[in-house]
Design a protein around this ligand. Structure first.
Ligand code: PGA
Length: 249
């Protein structure tokens, strides 16, 4: 079902003690909200994070996973491992995974299928580079990222998909897409899903915006009709900023 979602992607930040401290601050200050609030700490801190948030409504999710069930994949983490510590939502396709770790649409499609087979929820990230936007290819690029990784799924699977549109030029740069640019792309994404899967699925999928969301710009971005929340990097590492962004929704 389409819900409002605010997720903090902590990336490769925070030691065990820092993770515990930030989680304590967040759960202590969490405002009443209808939005789902999620955080994605580093793998090594997930078990403790789940334990720390046992009596909180904040959900702990993973930043990545491998598509194989198990086996000789040094350094990787499987869906079953995440499920075994109480995590059933995973981010797949973050632009940093695509850019620095060679994750192609083909690999991401396999990861999505692997997660769905285990009944996990997938937060699927995608978005264009600056070059694509400058050469007016951003719509076709986003369309192909969606089609390549998600459009072989059957209609039922869409209940487990959350989308996160993150223009690469806005991630960690301080440069945000304008609320109008975000809305324009989100409407295009919804239309693309509508054409492939019909109105009901298009209207029920949550589409988050990510890329330099801050307390100062969150409210305006979240006010757009096709923006259902945010995937927050840098600002999610500071409890007051993340709480302010949750309040903005
Ligand atoms: P940012 O990161 O908020 O630091 O731009 C967003 C993301 O990468 O998910």
């Amino acid at each position: 079902m389409r819900s409002k979602i605010v997720t903090g992607n902590w990336k490769m930040n925070k030691t065990a003690a820092q993770t515990e401290a930030l989680l304590a601050e967040l759960s202590g200050k969490l405002p009443d909200t209808e939005a789902e609030v999620m955080v994605a700490p580093a793998f090594v801190n997930l078990t403790a994070a789940v334990r720390n948030l046992e009596s909180s409504t904040i959900e702990v999710i993973a930043q990545n996973m491998h598509f194989a069930e198990s086996g000789a994949y040094t350094g990787e983490i499987s869906a079953d491992m995440l499920l075994s510590i109480g995590i059933d939502t995973v981010i797949i396709g973050h632009s940093e995974r695509r850019a620095y770790f060679g994750e192609t649409d083909e690999i991401l499609a396999k990861k999505v299928v692997a997660a769905l087979e285990k009944n996990m929820r997938v937060m699927f990230c995608f978005g264009e580079e600056l070059e694509d936007r400058k050469s007016d290819k951003h719509f076709s690029l986003v369309e192909s990222q969606l089609k390549n990784a998600l459009f072989s799924l059957d209609a039922n699977s869409w209940g487990k998909i959350i989308l996160a549109y993150e223009p690469v030029w806005a991630i960690g740069t301080g440069e945000t897409a304008s609320p109008e640019q975000a809305q324009e792309m989100h409407a295009f994404i919804r239309k693309t899903i509508l054409e492939a899967y019909g109105t009901s699925i298009a209207n029920s999928v949550s589409i988050l915006y990510g890329g330099s969301v801050k307390p100062a710009n969150a409210e305006e971005i979240f006010s757009k009709p096709d923006v259902d929340g945010g995937l927050i990097g840098g600002a999610s590492l500071v409890s007051d900023d993340f709480i302010a962004i949750i309040k903005a929704i």
